[in-house]
Design a binder for this molecule. Structure first.
Ligand SMILES: CC[C@@H](CC(=O)C(=O)O)C(=O)O
Ligand SMILES: [Zn+2]
Length: 333
């Protein structure tokens, strides 16, 4: 790995992909008892919270324990020919018939996942366990789940007037797996349990530098910019990307603000990476709450509503692009 110039080793021995073009500064790290944490969450800026113990009860969730206790229902596992696992919405493939899914979503038992994980050889398709925790888990896992620090989570939800917790995703990845840069429309406390993940985050204002796929595209909310091989011809503004970078390890909790772009990579020096996220609906906002100029998170919501409404009004999502060009070219440009 050390000889492979695509990778770098940081001062802590973490090994991850090198992106010289992308300017970043470190994500702020704060101990769980710092009063500064609320300031970051209020301002909706990323912060890594240390020693919180949010999901300490999941530390024992190794593959054996999960095999014993997670339940026999089939689980969602993504399979990719490459190290990238870009999310796509399969129900939108009809609108883009030429779209080639970048990976496959399979359902398999924990036994099957563990067998694939343990027999995996370089060059084979990679796997990434991504399963929403449901009430089908066994009683031990359920008890561990109940022992998460819900009082801390609920205090933040109330304090910042967030909506309900929508789901917890359990993620079990191989070293080197990459979730390319995308945004989610939810607030997210991302808890790292085993192994290390390198994260890059960008303010929603970098919308124009990250060229998201169209709303109706299967890869809605995903950036078209490939960090490993950026096409500056097609995406010239990507050169101006500037964000935050950090590595989360066991016990760390990363606050990913709603609509912030994030890239997540399991470091190559990790044996296995296990993470649990906590997605919350954003705060319900009334018109009277709006302040102008709008924040980019709000502009993003407006842009999505425009694309959605145009798809409906024109009766054909593929008409949205040409219509917007007709509206803008020569008139606003
Ligand atoms: C969905 C996979 C990703 C996490 C993430 O994007 C999120 O929690 O929003 C990761 O850890 O690889
Ligand atoms: Zn995400």
């Amino acid at each position: 790995m050390m000889d492979d110039e695509r990778f770098m080793t940081d001062s802590d021995g973490r090994i991850y992909r090198r992106y010289d073009d992308i300017k970043t500064k470190p994500i702020q790290r704060l101990n769980y008892d710092s009063r500064e944490i609320n300031r970051f969450i209020k301002k909706q800026e990323p912060v890594i919270i240390e020693n919180l113990g949010l999901v300490d009860s999941a530390t024992k969730w190794d593959l054996e324990y999960l095999h014993e206790n997670i339940g026999n229902e089939e689980k969602s596992v993504y399979v990719s020919k490459t190290h990238k696992f870009m999310y796509y919405n399969a129900s939108r493939c009809a609108v883009y018939p030429d779209f080639i899914p970048p990976n496959e979503q399979h359902n398999m038992t924990m036994t099957e996942f563990i067998r694939k994980y343990r027999t995996w050889k370089p060059g084979e398709h990679r796997i990434y366990f991504q399963q929403i925790l449901t009430d089908t888990v066994g009683s031990c896992i359920y008890n561990d789940f109940r022992n998460f620090k819900w009082s801390w989570l609920n205090s933040k939800k109330e304090r910042f007037n967030w909506g309900d917790l929508t789901s917890n995703l359990l993620l079990i990845g191989q070293p080197g797996n990459v979730t390319p840069v995308h945004y989610d429309e939810q607030q997210n406390f991302f808890a790292q349990v085993h192994g290390y993940k390198r994260v890059l985050l960008f303010d929603p204002k970098f919308f124009q530098c990250l060229y998201p796929y169209p709303f109706h595209h299967p890869c809605d909310r995903q950036s078209q910019v490939d960090f490993e091989n950026p096409d500056y011809e097609r995406f010239p503004l990507a050169k101006h990307l500037a964000g935050y970078e950090g590595v989360v390890g066991p016990g760390d909790v990363l606050y990913i603000p709603m609509c912030w772009w994030h890239y997540i990579e399991s470091t190559m020096d990790s044996q296995i990476t296990t993470s649990i996220n906590f997605w919350y609906k954003h705060q319900s906002m009334t018109l009277s709450d709006l302040r102008f100029p709008l924040k980019w998170q709000q502009k993003l919501t407006v842009s999505r509503n425009i694309e959605k409404m145009l798809g409906e009004a024109l009766g054909d999502p593929s008409e949205v692009g040409p219509f917007l060009n007709a509206l803008v070219n020569g008139r606003y440009t």
